[in-house]
Design a protein around this ligand. Structure first.
Ligand code: NAD
Length: 285
């Protein structure tokens, strides 16, 4: 079997077209969704992520502003800025690009963003709502993964999903969303003993490890759906995933590539969350 590729770039383009039309309608009603991004320091990867977010926002008609702060910014100053943005009615979504310099607690920052403006879906209140299945902002990467599978009508109910990686931004929430969809979920991580055996049992295999080509075809059950979240830079500068695409695609039924897979979907779901925030805060549908 050769897998069908789920192209996140193409799906993102379709979703952005839909969002553009929705934003146009909102603008006619006097509402322009606005995202404020805060970038602290000059980490090149963060700069490039932020640029991608601004570009995607512009493509859909969402307005955005970027606040750049020096690496030496104090935690107090950043928290104060967030509190001001929480009060600013022209700002619907607030995103603080992670990682932050070591003098600033990421958790304090996440908890200071008002839950109604938390378009990253990282605030404990929103995580709690996600766990109890309430309507909330879903973390963008897991939300993108579920959206990719739904776009191909991949059944999730009753399927065995194996999630490799347990970070707060990818592994844990993607497992929770799969559980909410009635999948049976197994979490694996760096201390898991029989990883290959567990992975090779998965109907849906999610790789969120951060190690290039860690999962070869031997980890993939015939007909499994393989979602590769990893973004790893190789010696030649090119990006690659956690999955060995060539061997995995011979066994999988569906597979996401890197690049053009989960990456573009993450930004697209951020835009979806920004529109949701704008509508929620203004009570305009
Ligand atoms: P992380 O470093 O916070 O977590 C990695 C997880 O992998 C940990 O839970 C760890 O237990 C597990 N792990 C490490 N080595 C392992 C091993 N040998 N076997 C099994 N599990 C192992 O990373 P993260 O933030 O969750 O990101 C994971 C990857 O996804 C990275 O490559 C990151 O760049 C990428 N990422 C992509 C997107 C996207 O939009 N596509 C978004 C976020 C992260």
């Amino acid at each position: 079997m050769t897998a069908q590729i789920i192209n996140g770039k193409e799906l993102s383009a379709d979703l952005k077209q839909e969002m553009k039309a929705e934003v146009e309608t909102l603008k006619q009603k006097g509402l322009t969704p606005h995202l404020t991004v805060i970038l602290v320091g000059d980490n090149p990867a963060s700069k490039s992520y932020v640029k991608g977010k601004e570009k995607a926002a512009a493509e859909t008609g969402i307005s955005s502003s970027l606040i750049e702060l020096p690496d030496s910014t104090s935690e107090n100053d950043l928290l104060q800025l967030i509190k001001e943005l929480n009060e600013d009615t022209s700002v619907h979504g607030i995103l603080v690009q992670l990682p932050l310099p070591e003098q600033i607690s990421e958790q304090k920052v996440i908890e200071t963003i008002h839950p109604d403006k938390d378009v990253d879906g990282f605030h404990p209140i929103n995580i709690g709502k996600m766990m109890t299945g309430e309507d909330t902002f879903l973390p963008c990467t897991p939300y993108g993964i579920i959206t990719m599978m739904k776009s191909k009508n991949i059944p999730l109910e009753g399927k065995h999903a194996v999630v490799i990686g347990r970070s707060n931004i990818v592994g844990k929430p993607v497992g929770q969303l799969l559980l909410n969809e009635n999948a049976t979920v197994t979490y694996c991580h760096s201390k898991t003993k029989n990883l290959k055996e567990l992975a090779a049992n998965a109907d849906i295999l999610i790789a969120a490890i951060g190690r290039a080509h860690a999962l070869t075809g031997e980890y993939v059950k015939d007909g499994a759906v393989v979602i590769d979240v990893g973004i790893n830079r190789q010696a030649d500068g090119k990006l690659t995933g956690d999955v060995d695409f060539e061997s995995a695609k011979e066994k999988a039924s569906f597979i996401t590539p890197v690049p053009r897979g989960v990456g573009p979907m993450t930004i697209t779901m951020l835009l979806k969350n920004t529109i949701k925030a704008a509508k929620g805060l203004s009570a305009i549908e």
